[in-house]
Design a protein around this ligand. Structure first.
Ligand SMILES: *Cc1c(COP(=O)(O)O)cnc(C)c1O
Length: 370
């Protein structure tokens, strides 16, 4: 009807979590988007409310350079990766999703490039690329351990980057470390392959689950100006409501991202929340240990179930496949009050509180044996 709208947009759907039906979310166990199950502690909410009342002027735009937040992020990164980054190595986004889009716009627009992803992986890379008209080249992973098929990967790069190639050259390779939905961290051979990529290909290492995996490639960034690490406050740091993500990279790459960034992309309240979370990181991240213990517990339980295959995970979720119909299985679970994510040919189950995990297990066990 609206003829001014780009014709290719008809093939897209607006992003919604699956929470669109009339479920009473408060009474559901939401194990579908890998959030931390614990809200900020009451006293930190009070501190945040205090800064909202006393420090934030609602009538003023946020501090547009975000330097104080970037300083705090750089310090946190240095602590965890034995690096010496400063605010010039950091960019911030309205969630790391915004950074992914800025990266795509800085690299591949105007027919200058395509991206490479290995499925199953985080779907936003492909979705955002397509909304920008950027071609997506997809390769497979091993069905056994979900390692990227490196032969396919290398062939795709060589082919797309050859002179006279029909496709746009690959400008960006996206990897998640550890991968979502499958939970596996990059292996040494995958990392070796990333190291071998030429400087005219950007390597995006998405470390959304870093606090759970405690493994990072940030320490190698200074050797690779064509690498960028993405992180987020939405998962371990318990700030999904505030939408704060960040990127770590060579200052020239950060400059490019800053050019793409909308002015004042982070609200003042989100900046305050992220700064508070960093200054209180020890108590906040202490629940990571509990969640990892729960992960082992759930893993051991799920291993006992018939008709279910599960994998080792380095993140705060478990990936499972079954000979049963997964769409039906996740629907049934949802009807009973446990929401999990059916994606990439499997179920991705977030580790929640012990009670949520137990209910999930009991419901799944009953469904699988019926
Ligand atoms: C959750 C997630 C993100 C998104 O993070 P936001 O900062 O909330 O936008 C990015 N990448 C991966 C792999 C994720 O799982």
């Amino acid at each position: 009807m609206l003829e001014f709208i780009r014709s290719d947009l008809a093939q897209f759907a607006a992003y919604n979590t699956q929470h669109t039906d009339n479920l009473h979310l408060d009474s559901c166990d939401r194990l579908d988007v890998n959030e931390n199950p614990y809200d900020l502690p009451e006293e930190l909410k009070q501190k945040l409310a205090w800064s909202w009342q006393r420090e934030i002027e609602s009538n003023r735009y946020p501090d547009g350079g975000y330097l104080t937040l970037k300083d705090a992020i750089a310090q946190y990164v240095n602590e965890t990766a034995n690096t010496a980054f400063t605010n010039t190595h950091i960019s911030v986004g309205n969630g790391s999703d915004e950074l992914i889009r800025s990266l795509l716009m800085s690299t591949c627009l105007n027919g200058e490039g395509s991206i490479l992803v290995a499925n199953p992986t985080f779907s936003m890379y492909g979705i955002l690329a397509k909304t920008l008209g950027i071609p997506v080249i997809s390769i497979d992973r091993s069905e056994q351990n979900f390692e990227i098929d490196l032969t396919q990967a290398q062939t795709a790069v060589t082919r797309a980057c050859a002179k006279g190639s029909e496709t746009n050259p690959i400008r960006v390779v996206f990897v998640v470390h550890p991968n979502s939905p499958t939970g596996n961290a990059l292996t040494e051979s995958e990392i070796q392959w990333l190291r071998s990529l030429p400087q005219n290909i950007l390597v995006v290492v998405d470390e959304a689950y870093f606090e759970f995996s405690q493994t990072t490639l940030a320490g190698e960034l200074s050797e690779h100006p064509n690498w960028i690490v993405l992180r987020t406050f939405s998962k371990a740091f318990r700030l999904a409501a505030h939408r704060v993500g960040y990127a770590i990279a060579h200052p020239e790459l950060i400059e490019a991202l800053e050019k793409m960034r909308l002015p004042f992309n982070l609200p003042s309240f989100s900046i305050a929340a992220a700064r508070l979370a960093l200054s209180e990181r020890q108590p906040l991240l202490s629940v990571v240990t509990e969640l990892l213990e729960q992960r082992s517990h759930v893993q051991a339980q799920l291993k006992q179930l018939p008709n279910l295959q599960i994998w080792q995970s380095d993140a705060n979720f478990i990936y499972a496949r079954s000979s049963k119909d997964l769409a039906e299985l996740s629907d049934r679970l949802r009807q009973q009050g446990t929401i999990v994510r059916h994606t990439g040919g499997g179920l991705r189950i977030t580790i929640g509180t012990p009670e949520e995990n137990q209910r999930m297990f009991d419901r799944l066990a009953a469904l699988l044996s019926s």
